[in-house]
Design a protein around this ligand. Sequence first.
Ligand code: SER
Length: 881
Amino acid sequence: MLTADIRRRFLDFFAARGHTVVPSAPLPTPDPTLLFVNAGMVPFKPYLTGEQQAPWPRATSVQKCIRTLDIEEVGRTTRHGSFFQMNGNFSFGDYFKREAIAFAWELSTTPVAEGGYGLDPERIWVTVHHSDAEARDLWRAVAGLPERRIVARGDEDNFWSMGVPGPCGPCSELYYDRGPALGREGGPAVDEDRYMEFWNLVFMQYERGEGPGKTGYPVLGELPRRNIDTGMGLERMATLLQEKDNLYEIDETRPILSRAAELAGIRYGADAESDVRLRVVADHVRTALMLLADGTAPANEGRGYVLRRILRRAVRSMRQLGVHDPALPELLPVARDCMAPGHPEVTDGFARIADQAAGEEDAFRSTLRQGTTVLDTAVAKIRDAGGRVLPGTQAFLLHDTYGFPIDLTLEMAAEQGVDVDRAGFTALMELQRERARADARARKQGGTADTRDLRRVLDTHGPTDWRAWDTLTTESTVLAVLGPTGPLPAAREGEIVTAVLDRSPFYAESGGQDSDAGRLTGAAFEAEVIDVQRPLPGLITHQLRVVSGELAAGARVQAAVDPDWRLGARQAHSGTHVLHAALREVLGPTALQSGSYNRPGHLRLDFPWRTALSGTVRGEVEEAANRALRQDLPVGVRWMPLSEAREIGALALFDETYGEEVRVVEIGGAWSRELCGGTHVAHASQIGTIALTSEGSVGAGLRRLEAAVGIEGFRYLARERDLVTRLSEHLGAPRAELPERIAGLLDRLKATDRENARLRHEATAARAAGLADRAVDAGGVRVVTTTVESGADEARALATAVRDRLPARTAGVVGVATGSGVVVVAVNQPAREAGLDAAALVKRLLDGRGGGSPAVAQGGGLSPDRITAALAGLPKLVTGP
Ligand code: SER
């Protein structure tokens, strides 16, 4: 039964039993506890907890899910995929245990001809929570299951929660006995490979609290209503019904696996290690397709990082299989065709998806290339010096600068006949970690005072007379000079310390606004203000670097904020309010700022939003903001009771504790009204310019806008203009025609690339045909050896081309040596079946200096002459024992 059919039968079955069919939610979820949807119930969580009223009493869905926790297991076990689909039926306070059990049993065991899955009832086992006698009785009564096939298990296996606070409850799982060939008799407790779980019924009736994970958390109480959440693994059901050994071989993934094998010139099932790699490729390519289709883009953090890792693992696995050409353009269309019947989004967005994946693969390949050059140079040096070990420092450099995982370095070094000093590498990694930890400690402590010392100063002298809102300079007295170890009598030139003044004009960092820059000057010293904080209510501290002279406790000083800095800070902070109001004007009130940061010239603002803002929307926001500047909206500050501020709709954005009287900053009256302690301009026009510089994702459902403000806004726009002018000069095209001109150039470049590739391919093919004809016979194996001028890539292309032109049913082995001292060996299918292995052959030719897959392998580590001489021994090796 095809996966599409399993999916359809599920939805039809539950629709006919009063369930509303709900489409799958996109993979990225706004749930702050998760990056991606990882179970069918995730989109329904508010209905299960009772936080929201469910629109329907019963629902059913086939939900796309991602789980990457055990990504290393993918391909090694038969049951774990990073992407999978969960078929579920849900009851929100409607039916409970009896119906859930009856539904699952009926659909599983109804014959195929009557719309069910036709599983053999005698081979189904179930598990129940050991405390759940009711479920046990129901399995006996409803399904007639014998006691022997109802297994009681504990919390670890049969009490389900999302791993975080939320709904939970005991569960009951259905398993199918796949037969004695796959493991021991005795049910799911004995062997979960032979007995494969395919459906989990969760009786959701409790709410759990904070706790370490799957177990060991408190159950807080009953949910308002008793719900049902079930999850049937679509891929697992397909594995069972298609009688496959594992879920990578079902109709929705097998074609990807087969295409990968074809590209690698190997047969799935011939070699265990290559099989794992093929399964990793099949799984990861499909996962990447689904993530890209739902709008995730490769990035260095958050969701984008999960995608990047998956794409790179796929590319790398292909490389390990001997495929060095771009693989994703070959594999993604296959994955698309597999997934399109159930997921039209993969077809709709395919041009974009293919483009993003190709970009990522190119970038990774160029990282690999750069790193390879570094590695090659290092290896050449080692060999010149007569060594055979790559030092740990080199492996570390490759890791740190070129992002090479250590196993990649090991493999590539082996291909060149060199070992790696792993212990040295590990020691350097540990050193780096230790340094990072020490750095973090030092940053925290640099000149910072202990809180107990600060409290003593506050108790002795009372709160700081803080003047940041009304002046830029004050005459002040130094009340205390503090270092990390306690109060100091004085600080000398070059030292960094914390000082407390009786009176201060400096703005202390808060509400997103960075602290003021400025100076303290006294009769005998000068100090620069690095940071200003309010570590205790009422107390302002200044982190200072003494520039000259000596700063002593008790000194009289002039404290002066840098006026230029402050003007920039006011522009940036008012600019943040303006941008926030403009954003809400365009996107609506849900675009509520969730964080911000501003300092002279720059601002950034985070807000919850699920999708990237289009160019048009960004333009509208920017325009609305600058319109407010042009209207010169007045900026006003008013103090009022918190209740009044709430009444007039002032936005309270930060988790700060507000006193009874709050400070409300208004721009254009009600247009922008926020509780805020920052420093602001008097009129919007004083902000000058707000120019958006970027928009992007900063994690689950959160976007970030950044802008240049004031003179920096002007400079940013001027730089952009200059860039366009230079492009226009270079290309000799009027500005307005630049996009078309560049697109035309790129098209021509691509066409030339294609033409070049075609010519190279033809040349290789022509040469390959001639070489294949001249194969010699070595004990029944056709053997070809030859040399090429240039590098390993060409040798590899030629070796595989010749191999593919040898008679299909005769064993054949091809060896190509390069002028640069590399040898590539390719082995065809009949030869592999006869026990020949490319990696083994290279190792024997070159005395261990090489590696690769059974189909294609590469080695080096000798001078070009000796390489050619070694290759001459290939026919003899092939006939040998
Ligand atoms: N939520 C349960 C699971 O993920 C059943 O759908 O297994």
